[in-house]
Design a protein around this ligand. Structure first.
Ligand SMILES: [Zn+2]
Length: 435
């Protein structure tokens, strides 16, 4: 457990053992919503389990004086006004999970933000100090993108990158729209929460690393300076439906064969760039997916990521040429139906420096770690100064029930976030120091 009484620390919000225990108990309770037998959670966006988790957290926040509001895109915010009319420091992540996902991905960041914000608020209330900025916590809607695509939906609407009506009209595989799913669990509001009268001045997010750099180097904190670029494609391979027995091999337009070649091509592409390119095909939908029918169409989701925009562009070009060869070889047509892309992008240097200073003051070892995964902070950093923090993931396992982070790392992260939010609330990133 973190000991806050060491004299070499320059901190405003020391975390005592009681704070740490309270956080771990709350984390255990939160992890019971949608818990799977293997220790993970099944809590996809706008499901009953997601709604239950939100209701529980909303209750916790309301009891502590936060005003909980849902916006028109399904994001849940909890606000505390310390200084009337001042903009807000916002902190959070996402409570939704992948199917059979881990209990730390996203949910840790939301709960850490709630506890950190509560400590900041308590400090102002007990000290009488005047805050430059107000405090709010957020659960961004549908960060995972497993039930509804694209991922990072709520923060994309919030930052003006995705039209709200397009987001609300998106359907899952059952044909249920985002609007219907959110309405069914009572998690959609009628308007934006932050608008003309209230604004967000800066944002912070803490998340498990989902990689093994911190774990392998035994470093406690990752300071995120930039994101990997990503290209996510929806591909359709078009063939012709036929009998698997009677149709001559030469006459076949087997969409599944074409898709299989494409999956292999995407995988082998990564081998050309060693550590600089990650590729995968995460989903295949086969039509009609019947044992004695040659597939007429396969829809697939491809995901290419790199720290280097130039490599990603080159990979994209190589893939296009390979797809042309596959079209000839398998006698199919490959159509790129939709793409969701973002470039390698930098977080504000002042935010990285602020977090480094705080981590040093707390005596927490830290290094810079790029994020390979997308996060809501990827959207937010284009709007306001944003701090992105990582804590270690054991063996780097994520999007899996085996995802794990040690208690001491969870608590270190909450203490770091609380102190960072406090300094942000005093104007550290916005140049408006408190009086
Ligand atoms: Zn996440």
């Amino acid at each position: 457990m973190t000991n806050s009484t060491q004299s070499d620390r320059t901190t405003f919000l020391p975390q005592n053992n009681e704070d740490a225990t309270r956080f771990l108990d709350a984390f255990a309770t939160m992890s019971s919503f949608g818990a799977t037998e293997a220790g993970g959670i099944e809590r996809q966006a706008a499901t009953e389990e997601h709604g239950q988790t939100r209701s529980w957290l909303a209750g916790w926040l309301t009891e502590r004086g936060f005003s909980v509001r849902r916006d028109h895109a399904g994001n849940m915010f909890a606000l505390v006004e310390l200084t009337p009319g001042a903009p807000y420091v916002l902190a959070g992540s996402h409570l939704d999970s992948q199917p059979r996902g881990g209990r730390f991905d996203g949910a840790y960041g939301v709960l850490a933000a709630a506890h950190a914000a509560e400590r900041v608020v308590s400090h102002y209330r007990s000290s009488g100090e005047k805050a430059a900025l107000n405090i709010a916590v957020v659960d961004w809607f549908n960060e995972e993108g497993s039930r509804f695509k694209p991922s990072m939906m709520g923060s994309a609407v919030f930052t003006g990158k995705l039209d709200r009506d397009v987001a609300l009209g998106t359907t899952d595989t059952e044909g249920t729209t985002v609007r219907e799913a959110l309405t069914a669990i009572g998690e959609i509001g009628t308007e934006a929460v932050f608008g003309d009268s209230e604004s967000v001045a800066c944002y912070a997010e803490i998340h498990i690393e989902q990689g093994k750099i911190l774990d392998k180097q035994s470093v406690e904190i990752g300071l995120v300076p930039s994101t990997w670029a990503a290209n996510k494609y929806e591909i359709s391979v078009h063939g012709a439906q036929a009998h698997t027995g009677s149709t001559e091999m030469a006459d076949r337009q087997d969409a599944l064969y074409g898709a299989a070649l494409a999956v292999a091509a995407v995988r082998e592409l990564a081998d050309r760039y060693e550590l600089k390119l990650h590729t995968s095909c995460g989903q295949l939908t086969v039509y009609p997916n019947s044992p004695v029918v040659v597939a007429r169409e396969v829809q697939m989701h491809l995901d290419l990521r790199s720290p280097d925009d130039a490599i990603l562009a080159e990979a994209d070009d190589l893939l296009r040429r390979q797809f042309a060869e596959i079209e000839v070889k398998a006698n199919v047509r490959i159509e790129k139906r939709h793409a969701h892309t973002w470039k390698a992008n930098y977080y504000q240097g002042e935010g990285v420096e602020l977090a480094r200073t705080v981590a040093d003051d707390l005596g927490l070892s830290n290094i810079e770690v790029q994020t390979r995964a997308g996060h809501d902070s990827t959207n937010m950093k284009d709007l306001v100064p944003t701090v992105m923090l990582f804590i270690p993931s054991v063996d780097g396992i994520s999007h899996s029930e085996l995802e794990f982070t040690e208690d001491k790392d969870l608590c270190n992260g909450v203490e770091l976030l609380a102190e960072t939010l406090f300094r942000m609330s005093r104007g550290a990133l916005t140049g408006s120091p408190a009086q």
